[in-house]
Write a protein that binds this ligand. Structure first.
Ligand code: G6P
Length: 548
């Protein structure tokens, strides 16, 4: 029996009724915040994170119904099934076992009846040994020099997670190593990287689960051509991370080493597999990568075992669904008051929007668009305040996650301005923004009125250690899947990215024909694309065409 559509359940009706109460003036956040013990009642501690949702538009009664929702949709049972290796990715007939990547327990985890842990432990061990050899100079490039640059070639899930973590932890990186990312097929990305590396001391890490992604293949070819042009032997400068048996898992193409990821790990959930493990261990050292895994494992265990009312990612998912489905917010911002978390929002953007941007339940029943994910975006504070916060305060409202860190990675720089350190100045803003959004302000001048009643959560970390970053990473992963479980959608497939790829392939064929025969005409294509292809191939004639 498929579970009923969320919108057809009794709990949906109850929550919709609850939401109506919140349109009353007395439910404005400026009043709710005066409730006694507001912070204690609406905040949670767990797995090293503090999650404060006291400035969400919620009260005890609404919260009670949200907890009921968690039970009604059996969220923890679904999560348990995921961690136990059941085929929760139903449309692709696969398990989703990213949590196994950071399991350090002796317990087996089975996918298709087979314990996946031995293979996972082997990969970790292989990464450790490899990273030590590269960092220690035991493996060198083809001219015998130790590696000083790492270029990570990959896109989407084979890029964003590693970029988020490497930025978050770059204070711990080996100063002798520079890390570069080559994701975009745009030649400007390649040109930029090529102009900043020393080819002889560059290690290229080619990451692709499928090894069929057009952008990554094009960039890989570009890199090989570049090395060959410099007289270097690519087999001494390239390492691959891909699934077993993929086109890139090819022994006839010699590389320094090849690392496997597994088909039961989705791209956007793969940063704790070899996809993140190889580049991050090279850049930060394996021990730090392992600390990150241990932090993620703590959050996994918390999400698995804590009851809904104490479960951080589950509560965050409930609040998110409340804001989206019942209070009607269509976007959600992630604003870390911590520059090292500058790539958290792009990572969560893929993680969440690829997972929750669906239009049918996992068994194919249509959902109206409002019953799945919202738009995620974000930038670090205070930068965001000086760019788009005008709209956050006086324009269209959207919920925000404010993320703060008690101790910065750089505690040694303590000069003061206006009587406070930079970190304290940052905190003054980190504290003022959620309050200003919640409380608002009246003014005789309508242009200076702040309506307030704009919800936010605050997530606090003690510091930005690898362990805490791992906890934060897993928090967002689990928040994402809990939301998907509420809607009964599959957070592990991404068919929505296919149509554009197929159309690109048709257009590519036209380009191939033109490259082979300059007389090839684009006529017969749809008129709009014909116009643009003519423009691309016209070169200097473009101006003439426009004038004509
Ligand atoms: O790792 P790859 O197979 O190269 O895939 C890279 C990325 O491309 C796809 O288009 C998907 O949208 C992503 O989920 C995936 O992570």
């Amino acid at each position: 029996m498929p579970s009923p559509l969320f919108s057809e359940t009794p709990i949906w009706k109850k929550l919709a009724q609850q939401a109506q109460r919140f349109s009353l003036p007395k439910m404005h956040l400026k009043h709710l915040l005066r409730q006694e013990r507001r912070l204690e009642t609406f905040s949670l501690n767990g797995a090293g994170l503090f999650y404060d949702f006291s400035r969400q538009r919620i009260d005890g009664e609404a919260l009670g119904h949200l907890i009921e929702l968690a039970e009604a949709r059996d969220l923890r049972a679904q999560f348990r099934a995921m961690m136990a290796g059941e085929k929760v990715n139903v449309t692709e007939g696969r398990a989703a076992l990213h949590t196994a990547c950071r399991s350090f327990s002796d317990a087996p985890v089975r996918a298709d009846g087979k314990d996946v842990m031995p293979a996972i432990r082997d990969v970790r061990e292989k990464i450790r040994a490899f990273a030590e050899k590269i960092r220690g100079g035991a493996i060198t490039g083809s001219t015998g020099k130790p590696f000083r640059h790492i270029v990570v070639v990959g896109i989407g899930g084979s890029y964003l997670g590693a970029q988020f973590i490497s930025e978050a932890l770059c204070a711990f990186a080996d100063r002798k190593l520079a890390l570069h990312y080559l994701a975009n097929v745009d030649i400007h990305n390649f040109g930029h990287v090529a102009s900043r590396i020393d080819p002889e001391t560059t290690l290229w890490v080619m990451i692709s689960k499928s090894y069929t992604t057009a952008e990554t293949l094009a960039n890989t070819k570009q890199a090989y051509a570049f090395m060959e042009e410099k007289g270097l032997d690519p087999s001494k400068h390239v390492v691959t991370v891909t699934s077993e048996g993929s086109p890139g898992d090819d022994p006839s193409n010699p590389v320094i080493d090849a690392f496997h990821m597994f088909n039961f790990i989705g791209g956007r959930y793969s940063v704790t597999s070899a996809v993140g493990g190889v580049p991050l261990s090279l850049y930060l050292g394996y021990e730090r990568f392992e600390e990150l895994l241990r932090g993620a494992e703590e959050m996994d265990q918390h999400a698995l075992t804590a009851p809904p009312e104490k479960n951080l990612p589950l509560m965050a998912a409930l609040i998110s669904v409340w804001n989206n489905n019942f209070l009607g917010y269509e976007a959600h911002a992630i604003i870390p008051y911590a520059e090292p978390l500058c790539k958290l929002a792009p990572h969560v953007q893929q993680l969440y929007m690829e997972s929750c941007g669906k239009s049918v339940t996992k068994d194919g029943r249509p959902l109206d668009g409002k019953q799945t994910g919202v738009i995620i975006f974000g930038e670090p504070g205070t930068n965001a305040q000086h760019s788009f916060f005008q709209l956050a305060h006086q324009g269209r409202p959207f919920p925000i996650d404010f993320i703060g860190v008690i101790r910065p990675q750089y505690e040694q720089y303590r000069s003061e301005s206006k009587g406070v350190t930079n970190h304290q100045e940052l905190w003054a803003n980190f504290l003022s923004q959620p309050m200003a959004l919640a409380i608002g302000k009246d003014d005789e001048n309508p242009a200076k009125v702040f309506s307030g009643n704009r919800p936010s959560s605050t997530i606090l970390l003690e510091d930005l250690s690898p362990r805490n970053v791992g906890r934060l990473l897993a928090f967002y992963e689990h928040r994402t899947v809990f939301e998907a479980f509420i809607w009964d959608i599959n957070p592990f497939d991404q068919f929505g990215v296919e149509l554009g790829k197929v159309m690109a392939s048709d257009i590519r064929s036209e380009m191939v024909a033109k490259n082979g025969d300059e007389k090839h005409s684009f006529q017969g294509m749809d008129k709009i694309n014909e116009f643009y292809l003519e423009a691309l191939f016209s070169g200097e004639k473009w101006q003439v065409m426009r004038e004509g």
